[in-house]
Design a protein around this ligand. Structure first.
Ligand code: FE2
Ligand code: FE2
Length: 179
């Protein structure tokens, strides 16, 4: 993996595959069938513990530097930062509800469908804004020196042992989900 932006783009491909899986399982409710709740729990654990905790934190570091260099995209960056927070809230709610369902508790299938649909649509829209606008701009505007500052800032904001083990663990979980 060459640099942070390549890592972000690679993550988006992984996250899109997991979203397809979540959409497929949640779509079963519309046909009055039970989804595989354990698969949904693993998928949402990946989203909460990898996407929200590692991926979005890396993006925040990249976009913070980008907003200093390219103030014309600052509005989009503020929107994306807010979406990181609202997506984290939504993913935690969805994780909790599918976890309860997997434990045999009575949950509202309508709530799972609604939350799941909202989560999948919101995260797809979010990634398409990043892909269509910000990552291209970051690639254009950030120098090698900027990127190493961003990497340093990201490294400083994380516990490296925790961060490395999270990345390894969730890479393994991702492979188990989509293989
Ligand atoms: Fe993001
Ligand atoms: Fe992203």
């Amino acid at each position: 993996m060459n640099d942070l932006i390549d890592q972000i783009k690679y993550d988006h491909i992984s996250m899109s595959k997991v979203l397809n899986l979540i959409e497929r399982e949640i779509g079963m409710l519309a046909d009055d069938q039970d989804p595989d709740y354990f698969l949904l729990v693993d998928s949402m654990r990946y989203m909460v513990n990898y996407s929200d905790t590692v991926h979005h934190v890396k993006e925040d570091a990249i976009f913070e530097r980008l907003s200093e260099i390219a103030p014309e995209v600052d509005d989009v960056i503020q929107e994306i930062r807010q979406q990181h927070q609202s997506l984290a809230l939504l993913s935690t709610q969805l994780y909790d509800i599918v976890d309860n369902a997997s434990l045999g508790q009575i949950v509202s299938k309508e709530s799972i469908s609604r939350l799941g649909g909202e989560y999948v649509a919101s995260l797809r829209r979010h990634m398409s804004i990043e892909e269509g606008n910000l990552l291209r701009k970051a690639r254009e505007c950030l120098s090698a020196e900027d990127m190493s500052l961003v990497e340093q800032q990201y490294a400083d904001s994380r516990d490296p042992l925790l961060s490395n083990s999270l990345e390894k663990e969730y890479n393994k979980l991702y492979l188990a989900l989509v293989d």
